[in-house]
Write a protein that binds this ligand. Sequence first.
Ligand code: TRP
Length: 334
Amino acid sequence: METIEQKKRVFSAIKPTGNPTLGNYIGTMSRWGGMCDEFDCLFSVADLHAITVAIEPKELRENTKRLFALLVAVGVDPDKNVVFLQSHVRAHAELCWLLNNYTMFGEARRMTQFKEKSEKAPENVNVGLFDYPVLMAADILLYQADYVPVGDDQVQHVELCRNIAQRFNGRYSPTFTIPECKLAKTGARIYSLADPTAKMGKSDGDDSGTVYILDRPDDIMRKFKRAVTDSDTHVIASDDKPGITNLLTIYAAVTDATVENAEKEFSNSNYADFKLRVGEAVVERLRPVREKYEALRRDDGSLLELMRAGAQKAERIAARTLEKVYKKVGFVRL
Ligand code: TRP
């Protein structure tokens, strides 16, 4: 008898805060598009998470549409993946409430990101910020995800998710798949062009070192021309050459090459030429993304239709999990 192997499921999400950068593209978004051959993938725009820090309604709305359209533009095909907004599937908030009761205050309080964000905005240490990782657990567990592709700053949250799931499964009976992190390959971390020791930020302050996915070609070229290097002259990657290493990482990522091959390619180049070539490679890589994005944003109605279709697919899976959970907990079902 022929057996049809069930694909493992992947879930990930990205918050619509700030303007997505080349760092988001290389580290996260560009990886998602290629996963659907091997996995059954769901990708969400985590708009519910976005309000844990202060954000204007207009900004939230625009950021959300932009991010959704960008996900499609970078290659997450809505016919082959489930792409949707978190707030369109009510089960996320419902399961979050439920999981709150299986999450200990002490373990949530230990979350590094909560501590960091609290320090950064002491005037707005709200309960949503504290609950952020529980909502994230709900995102993942609703879809019975096997793998969660995230950056290393989210590993602790996925750990917490596993603990919550195990606690629930132990208290009742096996209900949730226990998810595993799927860490991006090394070299995926992109640093600021102006300060190659700091992560390329998506929203903080000065943006001379930040390339946005939707930047115009001349802005991209200007930023690369001004990229900080060092007083040496050799284009090689090493710990004491963070600027050059970052540029090589970017070049390798956008040309689908290895850093070693990129080093060879530029072994006879000076820094100025090298920076130009990296800028040009980035411009060429992002050009079709921007064109696709602009086409998607020309017609709001079609964009909303894509969102609706994604939400309906997600909703079907989420509803099944939530119903199971409600029954186990002892809620009276109609
Ligand atoms: N917190 C994640 C981040 O900042 C985004 C996110 C929300 C997420 N829900 C998720 C990631 C569920 C993975 C799974 O990057």
